[in-house]
Design a protein around this ligand. Structure first.
Ligand code: C2E
Ligand code: MG
Ligand code: MG
Length: 699
C-alpha cells in the first residue's frame, strides 16, 4: 500500500503526465492526479484544495510553468512545485528556482524525481506545522495584546547607560493622551511619579540595579491633568559580559481600579459608615501597632473612651435619624480639635475612642480633655434644634494601666464607668474603680475559657443552726480567679453566663466541685450539707435532674447532703416549670431552698404547693431590720408564715451580733453572714470549723 498523494500536473501532454504518475507509483506512492493546461483550468483546480504537490512543464503552447507558479503564489498556496522540462538548461533552472520553484527534473531522466518529491513533501509538512504553531502564537499574542489592552499595561525598555526609555503598549492610556511619545527618559519618568512615592520607586530600582533580582513596586503618578493613577511596575536588570547593568526591562500596569476596590474593602473593614471615623478594629490595630513599635522604648500613649451623657434619651425623644446626625457632628468636632497623628474612632452607639500617641507627659491628656470638653460646649444644631451634649471620659495609659489592647480598652472602660457613676467629667483608671464597677466588656468573651481552664474557684460560707449554735451546712459561692484582675465576684459574670448559655457548664462545674468538697470534708469527719445556687436558665435544662443525680453518684454523696438554692424570682419567672422541676428534684431527696425571698412577689397560696424545704430571707431585709421597722415586720412575718407552712427559715446577711440575737429571738432556724464567717476557700473554712465557736469538733 503506497502513500496517497494528490498531484496537480500542469502539462499539455497527457503522455508526459502519465509517465510522471507511473514513476511516482513505482516509488511507492499512490497518486491521484489532475492535468490542466490552461490558466482557467488551473484556477478551477486550485479551488478544489488539498493538493500535495504540483508539477509544471516549463514551456507549453498556451501556458507555462512559470505563470502557473505565479498563480499559486498569488493565491498564497504553499504547494511544492517542481518543474519538469524536456529541455531545461542551467539558465532556465536558475530562473525557475528564482521564481519560487522547489526543484526541477528533466523529462528524459526522472531519476531525480523521487528524492525531490520526498524532500519537498517533508519540507512542506514542516512548513505546515510551523505555520500552525505560528498561528497559535499569533493568536496568543493577540490575546495577550488584548489582555494588556484591558489591563492598561505597557512594556518598557530602559537603556541604563543613556537613560533612554522606550515604551510599548498602552502607555498613552496609562499616562493620558498628553504623553504621545513612546521614547522618553528615566528622569522624565521619575518626575511623573507622585512626590510621596518617588523615593520608594528610586529605592526599588536602585536595589534591582545592585542585585540581580527582579523588582516590583507600586506607586502613584500624577498626570499633567492632575489626575492620580496607581501603577505597578515589575522589572529586571540585564548585564553585559562584565556584569555591568546595561538595560532594565519591565512591564507596568495601571492598577488604579484594583487599588480603589482595595480601598473600599479597607474602608468597610476599618471605618464606621455613619461617621466615617475609624472603627473598633481600626483602633485595635493602632493600639497593637503602638505597643509593638514601642518595644520597651518607653513610648507612652493614652486611650480615652468617651460616651455621651443621656444619649439614649436624646435618641428616644428626637428619633434615631437625629441621633445619627448628632453622632456625626460630635465625631467631626472631636476630629477638628485633635492633631493628625491622634486617632478618633467610633466604637458603636455613642461610644467614641481617642488615641493620643507619643505622649510626652500625663498633663497633656488633661489639655486634650479640656479641648474636647470645650469643643462639645456649643449646642449642636440638629435640623434647626439646638442640642446640648455632655460627655464622660475614661482614660487608660500605656504602659501604666495595661500592656495589650484588650486590657487597655478594659481599663479605659472601667474608668469611663466610674466617671459616669461619680458624675465627674473624666477619670483616669485606678484599681479602686475596678473593684466597684462591673466589667462590661471582655469578661463575657473569656468566660468559656475560664470554665474550661480551671479559673473558677468555690468559696464556702457556713450556715449556722441558731438553736444548736452549730454549723450545719455551707453555701458554695463561685469566684473567678482571673489571671489579670484577680478574684472576680459572681455578680459580674453570672448574668453574662446566663445570657450566653454558659451557665449550664458553669453550674455543672460548681455542682461537681461542691460535691467533691463535701465528700472531702466528710472523710475528715466534717459532715455538712452543701448548698449550690441554680439560675433560672438551669431550670430550663431538660436533663438537669439527671445531671444532678449523676453528679451525686459520681461523687458518692447522698442526695440529702445537697441543697439547691433557687431564687424566688427564678421560680416566679415560670411557676409551672419550676413546680415540675422542683417536684422531681424533691423526689430524689435533694433539699430545696428559695433564695432571696421577699424580692420576688410570690403568693402564699403558690408557695404552699411547692415541694421546698427552706426559705432564705433576702439579706436586704435582714440588714435593714436593725434600722427599718418595715423590714423588721417583713422578717418576722416571713418567719411566722414559713413555719405555718412547715418550712424552715434561714436569714442571710447576718452582719453583727445584734442581728444574730434578734433572729434567734424571732425563732429563725438558721443564719448565714459575715458575723459568723465570710465565704472562704475550703482550707480556711476547714480551719474555721476547728477554731470558731460555731465550728464542729472533729469526731
Ligand atoms: P446569694 O446566693 O444570695 O449569696 C449570698 C451572697 O451574699 C454572697 O455574695 C455572699 O458573699 C453575700 N453575703 C454573705 N453574708 C453576707 C453578709 O453578712 N452581708 C452581706 N452584705 N453580704 C453577705 P456573692 O458570693 O457575691 O454572690 C452573689 C450572688 O451570686 C449569690 O447570691 C448568687 O445569687 C450568685 N452566685 C454565687 N455563686 C453562684 C453559683 O455558683 N451559681 C449561680 N447560679 N449563682 C451564684
Ligand atoms: Mg444563694
Ligand atoms: Mg441570697
Amino acid at each position: 500500500m503506497g502513500k496517497p498523494l494528490r498531484v496537480l500536473v500542469v502539462e499539455d501532454s497527457q503522455e508526459d503526465a502519465e509517465l510522471l504518475i507511473q514513476e511516482l507509483r513505482r516509488s511507492g506512492y499512490e497518486p491521484t492526479y489532475e492535468r490542466v493546461e490552461t490558466a482557467e483550468a488551473l484556477s478551477a483546480a486550485l479551488d478544489r484544495q488539498g493538493w500535495d504537490i504540483a508539477f509544471g512543464d516549463y514551456s507549453m503552447p498556451h501556458f507555462n510553468g512559470v505563470a502557473a507558479l505565479k498563480r499559486l503564489k498569488e493565491r498564497g498556496l504553499d504547494i511544492p512545485f517542481i518543474f519538469v522540462s524536456g529541455t531545461i538548461g542551467e539558465d532556465m533552472a536558475v530562473e525557475a528556482m528564482m521564481n519560487g520553484a522547489s526543484d526541477y527534473v528533466i523529462k528524459g531522466n526522472l531519476k531525480r524525481l523521487l528524492p525531490a518529491v520526498d524532500r519537498e513533501l517533508r519540507e512542506a509538512a514542516v512548513r505546515r506545522e510551523r505555520k500552525q504553531s505560528d498561528e497559535a502564537l499569533q493568536e496568543s499574542e493577540e490575546r495577550l495584546r488584548m489582555a494588556i489592552n484591558a489591563a492598561q499595561m505597557y512594556t518598557w525598555d530602559w537603556d541604563v547607560r543613556t537613560g533612554r526609555l522606550i515604551r510599548n503598549g498602552h502607555y498613552q492610556e496609562v499616562y493620558g493622551s498628553d504623553l504621545p511619545v513612546s521614547e522618553s527618559t528615566y528622569d522624565f519618568f521619575l518626575q511623573t511619579v507622585h512626590p510621596e512615592d518617588r523615593r520608594k520607586v528610586e529605592q526599588a530600582v536602585d536595589l534591582a540595579l545592585q542585585q540581580n533580582i527582579p523588582y516590583r513596586v507600586d506607586f502613584r503618578i500624577v498626570r499633567s491633568s492632575g489626575d492620580i493613577r496607581w501603577l505597578e511596575t515589575q522589572g529586571q536588570a540585564y548585564r553585559d559580559g562584565d556584569g555591568r547593568v546595561v538595560r532594565m526591562i519591565g512591564v507596568t500596569q495601571d492598577i488604579t481600579e484594583r487599588k480603589r476596590a482595595e480601598e473600599m474593602i479597607q474602608q468597610m473593614a476599618y471605618y464606621d459608615p455613619l461617621t466615617e471615623l475609624p472603627n473598633r478594629n481600626h483602633l485595635y490595630d493602632r493600639l497593637l501597632n503602638g505597643i509593638r513599635t514601642d518595644e520597651g522604648r518607653g513610648q507612652s500613649f493614652a486611650l480615652l473612651l468617651m460616651d455621651l451623657d443621656r444619649f439614649k434619651e436624646i435618641n428616644d425623644t428626637l428619633g434615631h435619624h437625629r441621633g445619627d446626625l448628632l453622632l456625626q457632628q460630635v465625631g467631626a468636632r472631636l476630629k477638628s480639635v485633635l492633631f493628625k497623628p491622634d486617632l478618633v474612632a467610633r466604637l458603636g452607639g455613642d461610644e467614641f475612642a481617642i488615641l493620643l500617641q507619643k505622649l510626652a507627659k500625663v498633663e497633656d491628656v488633661h489639655v486634650v480633655i479640656q479641648k474636647i470638653q470645650k469643643a462639645l460646649e456649643p449646642p449642636f444644631i440638629i435640623e434647626g434644634l439646638p442640642i446640648y451634649v455632655e460627655a464622660s471620659i475614661g482614660v487608660a495609659l500605656y504602659p501604666d494601666h495595661g500592656g495589650n489592647p484588650d486590657s487597655l480598652m478594659q481599663r479605659a472602660d472601667v474608668a469611663l464607668y466610674a466617671a459616669k457613676e461619680t458624675g465627674r467629667g473624666f477619670l483616669f483608671y485606678h484599681a479602686d474603680h475596678d473593684r466597684h464597677s462591673p466589667r462590661r466588656l471582655a469578661l463575657i468573651g473569656e468566660l468559656r475559657h475560664a470554665i474550661d481552664h480551671g479559673q473558677l474557684r468555690l468559696h464556702f460560707q457556713p450556715k449556722i443552726d441558731l438553736n444548736a449554735r452549730r454549723v450545719v451546712g455551707a453555701e458554695a459561692l463561685v469566684r473567678w480567679q482571673h489571671p489579670e484582675y484577680g478574684s472576680v465576684p459572681p455578680d459580674q459574670f453570672i448574668g453574662p453566663a446566663e445570657r450566653t448559655g454558659l451557665i449550664k457548664s458553669l453550674t455543672q462545674w460548681v455542682l461537681e466541685a461542691a460535691l467533691l468538697q463535701c465528700r472531702a470534708w466528710r472523710r475528715s469527719g466534717i459532715n455538712l450539707r452543701v448548698s449550690i445556687n441554680l439560675s433560672v436558665r438551669n431550670l430550663h435544662e431538660p436533663r438537669l435532674v439527671e445531671r444532678v443525680a449523676e453528679a451525686l453518684q459520681k461523687a458518692g454523696v447522698g442526695a440529702d447532703r445537697l441543697m439547691l438554692e433557687i431564687t424566688e424570682s427564678a421560680i416566679m419567672a415560670d411557676p409551672n416549670l419550676a413546680m415540675e422541676v422542683l417536684t422531681r428534684l424533691n423526689a430524689m431527696g435533694v433539699g430545696l431552698s428559695i433564695d432571696d425571698f421577699g424580692t420576688g412577689y410570690s403568693s402564699l397560696a403558690y408557695l404552699k404547693r411547692l415541694p421546698v424545704d427552706e426559705i432564705k430571707i433576702d439579706k436586704s431585709f435582714v440588714i435593714g431590720m436593725a434600722t427599718d421597722l418595715n423590714d423588721a415586720v417583713i422578717v418576722r412575718s416571713t418567719i411566722d408564715l414559713a413555719h405555718n407552712l412547715g418550712l424552715k427559715v434561714i436569714a442571710e446577711g447576718v452582719e453583727n451580733e445584734a442581728l444574730y440575737e434578734k433572729l434567734s429571738a424571732l425563732d429563725c432556724d438558721e443564719a448565714q453572714g459575715y458575723y459568723m464567717s465570710r465565704p472562704l476557700p475550703p482550707p480556711e473554712l476547714t480551719r474555721w470549723f476547728s477554731e470558731s465557736p460555731w465550728g464542729m469538733k472533729k469526731g
